[in-house]
Design a protein around this ligand. Sequence first.
Ligand code: ZN
Length: 306
Amino acid sequence: MTVRPTRSHLAAAVALSVLAALAVVGSPVTAGPSPTALAVVGSPATAGPSPTALAVVGSPATAGPSPTALAVVGGPAAHGPSARAASLPLAGMVVGIDPGHNGRNYSDPGYIDQPIWNGREQEACDTTGTETDGGYTEAQFNFNVASYLAGDLRAEGATVVLTRTSNSGVGPCVTARSQIIDRAHANVAIDIHADGGPPDGRGFAILEPVADGPNDRVIGASKAFGRMLLERYHDLTGMPVSDYDGTDGISDRDNLAGLNLTTVPKVLIECGNMRNSTDAALLTRPSFQRLAARAFAQAITSYLHA
Ligand SMILES: [Zn+2]
């Protein structure tokens, strides 16, 4: 079936292209020293990436940029990022984050219901996602965790590519989400979701790709990342593995565009069951969401350093 692009579809596609471009602007890889990199030139090599460390730059205590640092400021891009930026654990790495669904998907069924080709069969462009019995939406949860994760990863020096940058829009389709991350040549990527399972079922599951052509070369790497993610998420958050989805927390899935079409190592995590009251109480808690993001960041860092 041919899908005629709608005006909103095209507008969304254009907006996404811009967002994707913006997402990589400022990366040390593509644009030389970013304002952030310049700001930290001359700071102590041991300082962390906190605002406090940034505030130290140029203060009397550090005596300002040294002659060596001045030679780097404004110098040709070939000089690359500062030694300190390069020393961050994820310097030079690109990480894709796909926060599932979007906060206003419900408002445009004509857009999100359109059929797309997921690599094996047709599925809907997107869905609204689930929500807790109290009305806390999965789209909000996914976006919150993604935002915390993006902050954690950037603090470690990574370039982050997000498939959406707000929770107040529609889409993009799952195919476009996969393409954004593929085209960014992410070193690793994560699709963040929470499930709408049976009310008496608990726990998280990691959904992993099944070889289908486009993703053939990243199956092993995705599974390796999935193992690290399972361990870190379980250890840090205490969320049990799912008692109704997959086996020991792992579920191979061949019916999702995000996994079928990926050309970079990627898994999808269902962080818990929003329809279960115990899981829902955890998932809706900001402290839990921050912890989930921290677990993801640790798994990503472990994977990229393995
Ligand atoms: Zn979902």
